[in-house]
Design a protein around this ligand. Structure first.
Ligand code: AVI
Length: 322
């Protein structure tokens, strides 16, 4: 086993995006990717075992049951890049399946160094695996993987957990098109997608009674206070979940409990937020089957297989670049 980490720094970018998001009108927003500092990543791990949040368990069931079948559909030799690997728990079964056929090169790509470190710890015992982690934005990391891959190797990209649903509106389609442009014909994408389900189920999943998701959401302000020298009064913001029926999105917001002024020193920003006003922190889209077919077509992929969990409507989709 060999592991290596390619690091990146992103503090200036963070300050810039916070400034842009918090000065947006009429809706203030913050990019959801910043939810995942060390505390946020640990809280997300806790969310994934909550009884109300079925996404992670559903995908674990799918991969546990069908990893061998999924792997059998891939050409050899194959190298694996994973976007947003998290702690890499779900990936283990796929990598183990592949490592039975060949020594395996695995490239996790994460902007969270904490998650990357967890992933490397979790997977480094797999037989003849080489892990090179990239602390990068997804597509920047993928370009670096592409620069290392050899003519006879196929690339399999894992984008699990329905993280694609966290891209707003058409941004998900645009992202997949850009991803496709990095791939070569015949390369594959295993895409995890949470499917439509009753609103009450979704609201309970994103507003759990223990308040873990609320802590995950509010931690974003704690992070901005610490890293960008801001003075958010955390107690003055409450977790709010909204279901947007038209777009089939569950949204997380932070709602101000009173009028207040906030300063974010390292972003050179001071702003007012009024009682009841919200900062939109995350969108989580829920997919229909016809929508998935259409996205595959629009973004340059053809359908190769799909595995569904019926306990919690969730699909892992294997698409081939064409
Ligand atoms: C990572 N992502 C797919 C999660 C989701 O379900 O959209 C993030 C999350 N937010 C609140 N709970 C979980």
């Amino acid at each position: 086993m060999a592991t290596e980490l390619i690091k990146g720094t992103a503090q200036d970018e963070f300050a810039k995006e916070v400034c842009t998001g918090l000065t947006k009108s009429p809706q203030k927003e913050l990019p959801s990717k910043y939810l995942y500092d060390a505390v946020g990543s640990a809280l997300f791990e806790a969310i994934s075992v909550l009884p109300q949040y079925g996404v992670t368990r559903a995908e674990e069931r799918i991969l546990g049951r069908y990893a061998t079948e999924i792997v059998s559909k891939l050409p050899a030799p194959v190298i694996v890049a994973e976007l947003g690997s998290g702690a890499g728990k779900k990936t283990r079964v796929i990598l183990e399946g592949l490592s039975r056929r060949q020594p395996i090169s695995y490239y996790p790509i994460e902007i969270s160094s904490a998650a990357l470190a967890m992933c490397r710890r979790e997977l480094s015992d797999i037989n003849s695996i080489s892990i090179v982690g990239f602390e990068r934005e997804y597509l920047d990391g993928l370009l670096e993987v592409a620069a290392r891959w050899e003519a006879d190797q196929h690339l399999m990209v894992l984008f699990l957990g329905s993280t694609i649903g966290n891209f707003d509106g058409s941004a998900g389609v645009e992202f997949l098109s850009r991803l496709r442009a990095i791939l070569r014909e015949g390369d594959s994408l295993l895409l995890g997608t949470d499917l439509r389900k009753p609103v009450a189920t979704l609201v309970a999943a994103y507003d759990d009674p223990l308040g873990v998701t609320a802590a995950f959401n509010r931690n974003l302000l704690v992070r901005i206070n610490r890293e960008l020298d801001a003075d958010f009064d955390i107690e003055q913001f409450e977790h709010l979940v909204i279901f947007d029926d038209t777009n089939q999105n569950i949204e997380m917001h932070l709602r101000a409990r009173q009028d207040q002024t906030v300063t974010v020193a390292k972003a050179g920003l001071g702003f007012r937020i009024l009682r009841g006003e919200t900062i939109w922190t995350e969108t989580s889209h829920k997919y229909s089957q016809s929508e998935l077919n259409s996205i595959a077509r629009q973004t340059g992929f053809r359908w190769q297989g799909q595995w569904i969990d019926h306990e919690w409507a969730f699909a892992d989709n294997l698409w081939i670049a064409c």
